[in-house]
Design a protein around this ligand. Sequence first.
Ligand SMILES: [Zn+2]
Length: 213
Amino acid sequence: MRTSPLTAAQAGLVNCETCGLLSQPASAAEPGYCPRCGMALEWRRPRSIQTTWALVTAAAICYIPANLLPVLGTTTLGSTEYDTIMGGVVFLYTTGSWPLALIVLIASVMVPLGKLVALSYLLITVQRGSIRSNRERTRLYRMVEIIGRWSMLDVFVDTFTVALVQLKPLMSIQPGPGVAFFAAVVVLTMIAASTFDPRLIWDAGVDKEFRNA
Ligand SMILES: [Zn+2]
């Protein structure tokens, strides 16, 4: 019984991930190379689920120190004060720049967490062979990928905040150890999104022989 639309693998065709050409594979075991661009063809990205899980877990671990450790050290008249991301948000809010506080909160706290939750959800539903809301899950994956490209926005937001604070005289700013973990979260989730194979979403309900995740 067919429970989802026909996939390319089911039709005996393989899609080139580089140029998008749908072609006839050389054989079922070894799909060979793309006739148009010469890229090695793959039915599915090898070990996609395991690799993505590993990266998501690593990013989730880094997310904790990224939020707990200070990201900003401000020195005024010899005394240094360290601020975490949330500390920065609270500082911006209490000093009246609530739009900036909201931007930092969304870009630095909510977006990375949202990406981790979304990727975990995609991985779990693929592993459980869910056949529901495939279209929505594909859309969610595209969102995670697009947001990933804009993730460096966080760095701009933080730089912008620093520049604002720097306007005060007799003050100097240094990055705190939290920044390194924060950058790790951004980079790891970006790689995780690229190792996840969205074709797996459509594989549930398809005969086993076409699956080799
Ligand atoms: Zn190609």
